[in-house]
Design a protein around this ligand. Structure first.
Ligand SMILES: [Zn+2]
Length: 83
């Protein structure tokens, strides 16, 4: 039996990789990393509970794909529980 170290993404806590370097690359582009300026962490992102309908207030297009480094990206407001 071989024991191995696995690296977990500190932003999404879902992704796990054996390679530290691959994880470093993932974290840079992770949708849950605010620095990646991606839709999920954006104020303009709209998502209903079904998880299917989503869109961007800036684009008014519900068929769009999640992206990173968006020009319209705006930091989502912090959860009320943290106040
Ligand atoms: Zn991640």
């Amino acid at each position: 039996m071989i024991e191995r170290t696995v690296y977990e993404c500190e932003h999404c806590h879902k992704k796990r990789l054996v390679s530290k370097y691959a994880m470093r690359d993932h974290e840079k582009e992770c949708f849950y990393n605010p620095d990646s300026k991606s839709c999920i962490m954006c104020e303009n992102f709209i998502q209903d509970n079904s998880d299917i309908e989503r869109g961007c207030l800036m684009k008014q297009d519900l068929r769009f794909k999640l992206k990173t480094n968006c020009l319209y990206w705006k930091q989502k407001e912090i959860n009320e529980e943290e106040f």
